[in-house]
Structures are given as C-alpha cells and as structure tokens.
Design a protein around this ligand. Structure first.
Ligand SMILES: *[C@@H]1O[C@H](CO)[C@@H](O)[C@H](O)[C@H]1NC(C)=O
Ligand SMILES: *[C@@H]1O[C@H](CO)[C@@H](O)[C@H](O)[C@H]1NC(C)=O
Ligand SMILES: *[C@@H]1O[C@H](CO)[C@@H](O)[C@H](O)[C@H]1NC(C)=O
Ligand SMILES: *[C@@H]1O[C@H](CO)[C@@H](O)[C@H](O)[C@H]1NC(C)=O
Ligand SMILES: *[C@@H]1O[C@H](CO)[C@@H](O)[C@H](O)[C@H]1NC(C)=O
Ligand SMILES: *[C@@H]1O[C@H](CO)[C@@H](O)[C@H](O)[C@H]1NC(C)=O
Ligand SMILES: *[C@@H]1O[C@H](CO)[C@@H](O)[C@H](O)[C@H]1NC(C)=O
Ligand SMILES: *[C@@H]1O[C@H](CO)[C@@H](O)[C@H](O)[C@H]1NC(C)=O
Ligand SMILES: *[C@@H]1O[C@H](CO)[C@@H](O)[C@H](O)[C@H]1NC(C)=O
Ligand SMILES: *[C@@H]1O[C@H](CO)[C@@H](O)[C@H](O)[C@H]1NC(C)=O
Ligand SMILES: *[C@@H]1O[C@H](CO)[C@@H](O)[C@H](O)[C@H]1NC(C)=O
Ligand SMILES: *[C@@H]1O[C@H](CO)[C@@H](O)[C@H](O)[C@H]1NC(C)=O
Length: 416
C-alpha cells in the first residue's frame, strides 16, 4: 500500500486571530496498487476539554496543513474496513473508518487520538499520554459512486467532551476511479443554507406535482416465530409519500413511490404486547410497531419509522413517530380496510395504504382471524343499504298513494 498527500492549489485563505487559522483545502489520498480508494479534502478543528493543574481547560486547535496520511490507512480487505488516518503534531491522529452496504457508504467509526504530553497543545495538563475517543454516529453518509459534500461547518461530538468541527469537506470512499465523482451526496447542513433563500422569498405558485403512481401492488408479508409458525400477517399495497429536497430540481417536492412487493423483504418480531414489521426495499426501510393494550384488549399501530435514500434525494431521509394511534382493532381479530387510507406519520412523511388487512397478535394456524373493518369501509357498505332502503321506501309510498287513490275513486263512484 502506498499513501500520498497533495495540496489543492489556488485556495486563498485569511489569517484570523484566534483559532481559525488553517483554512487550507488539503487533499488526502489512500491508494493500493495503482488504484485510489479514498480521497478526502477537508478542514477540521478540534475542541478538547482536559484536566489541568488549574482546573478543567479546553484546548482548541485546527488540523494543521502538515497533517499526513498515516500508515494505518488502508483500502480494506481481509476483514479490515477501509480507513483514512491523518497524523499530525506530537502523536495526534484523526481516523475515519468506512463501511458500505453496496449502495451507501458511511463513516462508521470516527476517532481522535490526542497526546496529553504535548504541552504546546495541552498546557499544564495534569495527565500525560495518549487518549482515544470515538463515535460511531458521525452522520457522514453518501451514496456509493458519489462524493460526500459538506462545505458548511458541522460539529460532531465524540466521547469525553471532545468535538470535531468539519468544514469544506469533499470526500469519497469505495471510489470507482481515481478522481472524485462529479455526482454528489450533499449533507443536510449544505441543504438548509440553499433552502433558506426560497423560504424567505414570497411563496410563488406550487410546483406542478408529477402524476401520482398507479395503485400499488398488494404485498403479502409475514413474520414468523423461531419455530416457523406465523405470528404477524399483513396483506397490503403501500405508497410512500416523502417531502424532501429534490436533487434534480433543487427545491422541496413531495415524491410518491410505491413499495414493490417482489423486491421487498419482511422481517420483524412478535412480543406479547409489542410486535414489529420491517419492510426493506433497496434503500427504503419501513418499520411498523404495533402495541397491544391489555386493559382495553385492543391493539393499534403505535410507531412508524422510515429511512430512505432515493435517487433524487440529496441526503438520507430518516423520520419516525412513536406516538401514533392508528389502525385500532380488537385483539384476536384482524384489521381490514379495502378503501385507500392515509397514515400521517410526520408532516414530511405519510403512507397511503390500499386493500389492507393485518394482524400483529394472536395469529392462529397461519391465517387471519375474523376481520374488523375500518370506518370508511363500513360507511361504504352502508351506502348500498341506505340506497336500497330509500328505494324500498319510495316503492312503498307509491304503493300507498296508489291504494289511497284507488279508494278515493271507488268512493267517488258511490256518490254519483
Ligand atoms: C501500475 O501501473 C504501472 C504502469 O501503468 C504498471 O506497470 C504496474 O504493473 C501497475 N501495478 C499494479 C499493481 O497494477
Ligand atoms: C478530570 O478529572 C476528573 C476527576 O479526576 C475526572 O472525573 C474527569 O473525567 C476528568 N476530565 C477529563 C476531561 O479528563
Ligand atoms: C488558573 O486559572 C485562573 C482562571 O482561569 C487564572 O486566572 C489563573 O491565572 C490560572 N493560574 C495559573 C497558574 O495559570
Ligand atoms: C506525545 O508527546 C510527547 C511530548 O511532545 C512526545 O515525546 C511523545 O513521543 C508523543 N507521543 C507519541 C505517541 O507521539
Ligand atoms: C459504482 O460504479 C462501479 C464502476 O463504475 C459500478 O461497477 C458499480 O455498479 C457502481 N455502483 C453503484 C451502486 O452504482
Ligand atoms: C473505532 O476506531 C478506534 C480507533 O481506530 C478503535 O480503537 C475502536 O475499536 C473502533 N471502534 C469500533 C466500534 O470499530
Ligand atoms: C411456536 O412458538 C410460539 C411462541 O414461542 C408458540 O406460541 C407456538 O405455539 C409455537 N408453534 C408451534 C407450532 O410449535
Ligand atoms: C403527498 O404529501 C403531500 C404533502 O403532505 C400532499 O400535498 C400530497 O397530496 C400527497 N400526495 C399523495 C399522492 O398522497
Ligand atoms: C439551489 O437553489 C438556491 C436558491 O434557489 C440557489 O442559491 C442554489 O445555488 C441552488 N443550488 C444548486 C446546486 O443549483
Ligand atoms: C416485479 O413486479 C413488477 C410488476 O409486476 C414487474 O414488472 C417486475 O419485473 C418484477 N420484478 C421482479 C424482480 O420480479
Ligand atoms: C390502555 O388504554 C387505556 C384507555 O384508553 C389507557 O388509559 C391506558 O393508558 C392504556 N394502557 C397502555 C399500556 O397503553
Ligand atoms: C406524531 O403523531 C402524533 C399523532 O398523530 C402527532 O400529534 C404528532 O404531531 C406527530 N409527531 C410529529 C413529530 O409529527
């Protein structure tokens, strides 16, 4: 493995008093053989609290331009994840370890090693030696074959009161070629700066929404106990409606997408009072949580969580709501709703359900129990009954009127 470092030319910077004095755009590269697998251009600054002989102090310093790619960096393989180590100063090191599911890649482990013996950075430190802090929630993720872009300054907290501030980041791992991909996955911080302008401007007419997709196909999903017996059943067509910033149109749109049953896998768990159903299709993951109330002997859909990364999204869309009270039904029965129903999860996310029947508890013999219909269905059933009753009433009135009329006519004959 060979590592190298080069400087991006022509980047101007200003020297500010205090801590912002290293706004260099430095490109770091990890290569193996002749191929480049990680390339990163970034600025970072660190804020580390430490114990000094004079109470707790805070050390703030930037990633210096003298940082180099460390020997621990690798393109991965043989059980090791690909990783980029940047070594600087007196034994300090920031380390990014990547992981990928083939469609997304992310910084799975971000760690910082700092050397308290470095008295220039940590004056009067009461302890010495190396400290390593990390986080596995860096929030840095991007689609494979795209460059992660985050020019805005973002703060990431690690353990023990350490924060790292990144800015000017352009980075790619699992690279298909030696150059950063031109297609970008833009972080949400960059998106909010670009969406401020339209919200400040007076609202113009709403964008013409694309035609909604056709009625989704009905999927047949189930969850089984370890012993193979089915414990949760769901038959339904699902349409997801996500309001997000469109990459192609550079504005917020509501995108409606059908879940395709033949590309969706179901998993989940069945507990005594809580059951879950997770549906996964490509980069869409949808989890339904059902809760049983032992007092009322009813169950309901209590939570929905979704994560999606569709091609027109600039970032992963991840929302949930754990305080829902939808699809309520008696225990020992299945909930059924043939009519289209909208499950409002959060303002940016709703689900349209079609021909739904589900049972998350007390499934026996791998079959649905008797159905309890939703109100819309019951009302729809009522309409033919009401119309029929009205027609019958009309016939009756006509008949009565006719009989009365006939009686009158008879009476008339008698008076003549
Ligand atoms: C790298 O490229 C050089 C010249 O293009 C070639 O001679 C060499 O075999 C390559 N090495 C590997 C490991 O692919
Ligand atoms: C400072 O010292 C206190 C007490 O010894 C300890 O609990 C704390 O974790 C230390 N803080 C840091 C940042 O090392
Ligand atoms: C200790 O800290 C206080 C307040 O932060 C400061 O005024 C004082 O000068 C410090 N003492 C030494 C010896 O650095
Ligand atoms: C930590 O800093 C001290 C003092 O500058 C230095 O002697 C030591 O080599 C450093 N440790 C590492 C692992 O670089
Ligand atoms: C990424 O690009 C490589 C090479 O162009 C291609 O083989 C691979 O299928 C792409 N992966 C994705 C998820 O687009
Ligand atoms: C994260 O990286 C650090 C430093 O490379 C390592 O010590 C730690 O074990 C890693 N943690 C995980 C969960 O991979
Ligand atoms: C399978 O396991 C569940 C719970 O562990 C139990 O209720 C059910 O009766 C079992 N079914 C069979 C066929 O053993
Ligand atoms: C999708 O959601 C948006 C915003 O809530 C709404 O205006 C739109 O009518 C919904 N579209 C469909 C097909 O449900
Ligand atoms: C997106 O739109 C905003 C305001 O409408 C604009 O400032 C920004 O440059 C646009 N971004 C791209 C990538 O086109
Ligand atoms: C899934 O179903 C759709 C519609 O019936 C069909 O067009 C598509 O080819 C199917 N895909 C697979 C992988 O079976
Ligand atoms: C069950 O329902 C009753 C009545 O709606 C409610 O007061 C109670 O808090 C619920 N219990 C649980 C565990 O949700
Ligand atoms: C979650 O759902 C409840 C009930 O529909 C609603 O009142 C609440 O606003 C939702 N939470 C969010 C964050 O939208």
């Amino acid at each position: 493995m060979r590592v190298k470092r080069c400087f991006a030319a022509g980047v101007g910077w200003t020297l500010l008093m205090g801590c912002v004095f290293a706004a260099h755009a430095v490109t770091f590269e990890v290569t193996e053989g002749n191929s480049t697998c990680i390339k990163a251009e970034l600025n970072a600054s660190f804020s580390i609290s430490y114990n000094s002989t004079n109470g707790t102090r805070e050390a703030v310093f930037p990633l210096p331009s003298s940082a180099v790619v460390g020997g621990g960096s690798s393109c991965g393989g043989s059980g090791l994840p690909p990783g980029l180590d940047l070594v600087f100063g007196e034994g300090h090191m920031i380390s990014l370890q990547f992981s990928s599911d083939g469609r997304l890649y992310r910084v799975a482990n971000l760690s910082l090693q700092y050397n308290l013996s470095d008295t220039d950075s940590f004056p009067q430190s009461s302890s010495a030696g190396l400290v390593v802090v990390m986080t596995n929630a860096s929030g840095i993720s991007a689609r494979v074959n795209t460059t992660y872009r985050c020019l805005s300054s973002t703060l990431i907290s690690l353990d023990a009161g350490v924060t790292i501030s990144f800015s000017g980041v352009r980075m790619e791992a699992y690279m298909p070629s030696a150059n950063l991909s031109t297609d970008e996955s833009v972080c949400s911080a960059d998106q909010t700066t670009t969406t401020i302008a339209p919200t400040q401007a007076p609202k113009t007419t709403a964008a013409p929404s694309p035609p909604p997709p056709p009625t989704p196909e009905r999927g047949n999903y189930s969850v089984t106990h370890g012993n193979g017996s089915v414990c949760l059943l769901a038959l339904m067509g699902l349409q997801l409606n996500i309001t997000h910033l469109s990459k192609s149109q550079n504005k917020t749109i509501s995108e409606v997408v059908n879940l395709q049953p033949n590309r969706t896998t179901a998993s989940g768990s069945c507990g005594v009072t809580v059951a879950t159903l997770t549906l996964s299709e490509d980069l869409t993951n949808l989890t339904f949580t059902f809760t049983l109330n032992a007092t009322t002997q009813k169950f309901h859909l209590s939570a929905v969580n979704v994560s999606a990364f569709w091609s027109d999204m600039t970032d992963v869309f991840e929302v949930g709501n754990v305080s829902l009270e939808l699809l309520q039904c008696s225990v020992g029965r299945s909930y059924m709703c043939s009519a289209e129903q909208t499950l409002a999860v959060v303002p940016e996310f709703s689900i349209n359900t079609f021909s739904l029947q589900l049972q998350p508890f007390n499934v026996t013999a791998n079959r649905f129990s008797a159905a309890e219909e939703c109100r819309v269905d019951r009302e729809n059933m009522l309409i033919p009954i009401i119309v029929g009753a009205a027609l019958a009433g009309l016939v009756l009135i006509v008949l009565i009127a006719y009989l009365i009329g006939r009686k009158r006519t008879h009476a008339g004959y008698q008076t003549i």
